[in-house]
Ligand binder design. Structure first.
Ligand code: DSN
Length: 482
């Protein structure tokens, strides 16, 4: 499932590059080499990580980085941006074709940045709403200082409705530690307490009561599909802009696993994403939108973004070109199929999963029945070479720091070539670890939420079993570092 590449050429490129870097700062060259060794030797199950192709990675290490290019294609605040225009245009062309989207903005440096661009664009586009007109505010781009102070007051009245954090929503969907929670009044919809599933009637009821400017759909820890046609109906009924954050599942949209009602692009006014998760590109973000939002979205830099990263936009172009190959659809389908195997492998061995399964690339374990926290599970799994991250489960009694859950996903190991047999074995190894953890007690005699003992020999046994699978499916096969 790895994107095919010329291993001899890539080995030469990396060895030469590392030699040049080591001559200046050997510690950094060493860390780059060590990171490859770590990634090669561990079971990477973090749902939001992947392995970009050597072509994508190599595209980021060059002089495109040295150019300032604030503004947008053909309309820059600096001279000499013709090559940045070429890469940005190429990335946008691939993005609109891949997602069948009317417009793409490929500058955001991350998912949070992409969401900021979207929030600002929606405010800018909708600034002529009666409420804001009453506040006497003109178009956002013509604001005077006095207008700004009115706008700040006007912001206080804007509302955003998104999925609650503990149901799997994201911090940037209106929660206080993020600017979105300060720009907007936020209200959340959760999931059904029995099934763990999104209840669209409940979302509609909350939308009618709350009347948000923005209805956000999308998640970072919800293991199910979302019906975006239904979400758009709800948004239309209450006059909200539907914004979808598809950062986690963009690869499943690109790979045509999520189609029709489950493809956000035709239903959302604005869709944001990262490019490095299931989409398998460079670390970065992107906004796709309907034409009426395009102008406002394109003003993302310098409104809320620093100068675009030419080298990263170039790498987005390369990765998006890869994702347009038919093989990417096979990959995306395998990601979803493998997630089902992983979920079933865990459930048949007695693990409780949020929503009792998965329909996307991720699986959320509730580890409380083992008498441990998510944090203990995450640490013990790491001791055994299995890289995951702890995550709250709905109505989590352990909160967002210790948690009762562990989130895992299949995009990375599917890129490595793991199939059904391997993912079932991964489930078995995870259960071997989870069932061998004993929390230690605090000085007050209570069970610790962080410390634990992993039974003797388990970590070594699991590492050896993982190594067999990892050796069979090498990461970047043929790429040899000196
Ligand atoms: N950090 C991303 C994730 O792991 O889901 C979301 O911000």
């Amino acid at each position: 499932m790895t994107q095919p590449f010329d291993a001899a050429a890539a080995s030469a490129a990396y060895n030469n590059a590392l030699q040049v870097i080591a001559a200046v700062e050997p510690t950094v060259a060493g860390a780059i080499k060590a990171e490859l060794a770590d990634q090669r030797s561990s079971l990477k199950l973090i749902a939001s990580e992947n392995y970009a192709s050597p072509a994508t990675l190599l595209t980021m290490g060059n002089w495109l980085s040295d150019k300032y290019a604030e503004g947008t294609i053909g309309h820059r605040f600096y001279a000499g941006c013709q090559n940045i225009d070429t890469v940005e245009q190429t990335a946008a062309k691939h993005a609109t074709a891949l997602f069948n989207a009317p417009h793409a903005y490929v500058q955001p440096h991350s998912g949070i940045d992409a969401n900021l661009v979207a929030f600002w664009a929606i405010l800018a586009q909708r600034i002529e709403s009666p409420a804001l007109a009453e506040a006497g505010v003109k178009h956002v781009n013509d604001l005077t200082e006095e207008d700004w102070s009115k706008l700040r007051r006007a912001f206080g009245d804007q509302k955003m409705l998104g999925m609650s954090l503990d149901a799997g929503g994201h911090l940037t969907h209106g929660f206080r530690p993020n600017i979105s929670g300060k720009m907007f009044n936020q209200s959340s919809y959760g999931t059904d307490p029995e099934t763990g599933l999104l209840d669209y009637d409940d979302v509609a009821r909350k939308a009618r009561e709350f009347k948000p400017l923005i209805l956000i759909a999308g998640y970072s820890a919800y293991p199910r599909k979302v019906n975006f046609a239904k979400m758009r109906e709800i948004a239309d009924e209450v006059g909200a802009t539907l914004m979808v954050d598809m950062a986690h599942f963009a690869g499943l949209v690109a790979g045509k696993v999520f189609t029709d009602d489950f493809d956000p692009i035709p239903h959302a006014h604005v869709t944001t994403t990262t490019t490095h998760k299931s989409l398998r590109g460079p670390r970065g973000g992107m906004v796709l939108c309907q034409p009426e939002y395009a102008d406002a979205v394109d003003r993302g830099c310098p409104m809320v973004l620093g100068g675009p990263l030419g080298q990263t936009m170039a790498a987005k172009a390369v990765a998006l070109a890869e994702a347009r190959q038919p093989s990417f659809q096979e990959y995306a389908q395998a990601v979803a199929d493998n997630a089902v195997v992983l979920a079933e492998g865990l459930m048949k061995r007695g693990v409780k999963l949020v929503t009792d399964g998965t329909e996307n690339h991720l699986v959320l374990l509730d580890v409380s029945s083992y008498g441990i926290t998510g944090r203990q599970a995450e640490s013990a799994l790491l001791d055994a070479g299995i890289v995951t991250n702890r995550n709250a489960v709905p109505r989590d009694p352990n909160g967002a720091w210790y948690t009762s859950g562990v989130r895992i996903g299949t995009p990375a190991l599917t890129t490595r070539g793991f199939g059904a047999d391997e993912f079932d074995r991964v489930a078995e190894l995870m259960v071997d670890v989870l069932s061998s953890i004993t929390p230690t007690t605090t000085s007050a005699g209570a069970p610790s939420k962080a410390k634990y003992v992993l039974a003797d020999g388990v970590a070594d046994k699991v590492r050896a079993a993982s190594a067999e699978m990892l050796d069979k499916h090498p990461l970047y096969p043929g790429l040899e570092l000196n």
